[in-house]
Design a binder for this molecule. Sequence first.
Ligand code: MC0
Length: 146
Amino acid sequence: MLTRIDHIGIACFDLDATVEFYRATYGFEVHHSEVNEEQGVREAMLRINGTSDGGASYLQLLEPTREDSAVGKWLAKNGEGVHHIAFGTADVDGDAADIREKGVRVLYDEPRTGSMGSRITFLHPKDCHGVLTELVTSAPVESPEH
Ligand code: MC0
């Protein structure tokens, strides 16, 4: 079951300048940043709020690391802007299977690694009224040692 908006992915040409815009304009700080070579992105996660299921919602700023990546191709065609939305779920495998049965193209046979050790998959935008849609199961939160 999809229980929250995990993040909104925003494609940008210059990650550092875009991070600075969100900090200076809204006061959002970088919660986490990483490079995901498989996806071809350098990204910054800005945490907007926590949710009652222990998750959170983020803005995800994405700069391509190569022109032939999904974000690189999209930027060249559309310029900067909202690239995808991501719904959070405790069970990305189960939800992806259910959605595939409804005739929506799920882009990966098995979920891949996303931000902060999450497991992610994508739904084809042409099957989702023009919206590239991601499903995310966050990495388990490590319990503190006693
Ligand atoms: C492409 N299209 C989109 C779109 N990207 N429509 C809405 N939103 C998008 N973001 C449309 C194009 O305009 C085109 O429509 C059609 O889909 C085919 O696009 P294409 O330019 O020919 O590109 P393809 O087919 O090679 O690839 C599109 C596809 C790809 C969605 C399959 O971008 C993909 O695999 N995306 C999933 C991975 C991804 O986006 N990774 C980056 C974020 P027309 O009408 O012109 O035919 S990584 C991430 O977010 C991770 C790190 C995380 O969250 O943790």
